[in-house]
Design a protein around this ligand. Structure first.
Ligand SMILES: Cc1cc2nc3c(=O)[nH]c(=O)nc-3n(C[C@H](O)[C@H](O)[C@H](O)COP(=O)(O)O)c2cc1C
Length: 228
């Protein structure tokens, strides 16, 4: 059923996620989310904006149809009558990755001129989880105000800032870490994030069985110094 725009079947306990890819740089984040969802048992419902199609092509060489084939269901950006345009179509929520300033601003204002922004608006009105992987820098006051507005409405603004404490070996691992942490916000199990105190960080911040002697090895790093 990959990449289909046919109506999805009725589900008793829906485990569906809407993924939006807009025209900001970083279309690889959207691709990686689709890959992670494919192995998670959560059905992906994809919408790519027109500008998203351009940046995808430029940054990855992929055409929209190839990316749509990575999703369980995909809808054209102009299809405002698609399933994901209605709150009665139940989902876990939506991630927009990458999220452009234009898409952020449309969501902040409630303009919803495309299926992508309509779907995001639906998530907010249904009080579901909306995560915006906003990519722009530097930021002017208007950007910050839009970020404040969507946060007040219940969205989570998640700029794709690398977690260097995870010691990524390269861009690929950075992208995976970011996408896994985004999906953590939906409490999905078995995500490939490196976690402080588990498989990241020095040994002295990791939990030990009670009664085990403190190891001599390990840096004396203060775990409160770490970021997100
Ligand atoms: C190669 C390329 C990179 C871009 N990067 C960004 C970006 O990082 N952030 C952003 O807000 N807009 C970026 N833009 C501009 C958006 O694509 C443009 O504002 C577009 O209208 C966004 O439309 P959409 O939100 O409907 O996808 C980029 C455009 C191109 C061609």
């Amino acid at each position: 059923m990959a990449g289909s725009s046919a109506n999805p079947p009725r589900m008793a306990n829906p485990s569906r996620m809407v993924v939006g890819i807009s025209g900001a740089s970083g279309s690889v984040y959207g691709l990686r989310l689709l890959e992670l969802l494919r192995g998670s048992g959560v059905e992906s419902h994809l919408v790519v904006s027109r500008a998203g199609e351009l940046t995808l092509r430029y940054e990855t060489g992929l055409r929209r149809a190839e990316v749509e084939a990575m999703a369980d269901y995909a809808y054209p950006a102009g299809h405002v009558g698609a399933a994901i345009a209605s709150g009665s179509f139940r989902t876990l929520g939506m991630v927009v990755a990458p999220c452009s300033v234009r898409t952020l601003s449309e969501i902040a204002s409630g303009t919803t001129g495309s299926l992508l922004t309509r779907a995001a608006d639906v998530i907010l009105k249904e009080r579901r989880r909306l995560v915006l992987v906003l990519r722009e820098t530097p930021l002017h006051l208007g950007h910050l105000r839009s970020m404040t507005a969507v946060t007040e409405m219940g969205a989570i603004v998640y700029p794709p800032v690398p977690a260097f404490y995870a010691r990524p070996a390269g861009i690929d691992e950075m992208v995976t870490q970011t996408c896994a942490r985004v999906l953590d916000l939906f409490d999905l199990p078995d995500l490939p994030a490196r976690r402080w105190g588990e498989d990241a960080g020095p040994a002295d911040v990791r939990p030990r069985p009670s009664g085990a002697a403190a190891g001599a090895a390990g840096d004396a790093t203060d775990p409160s110094d770490k970021e997100g």
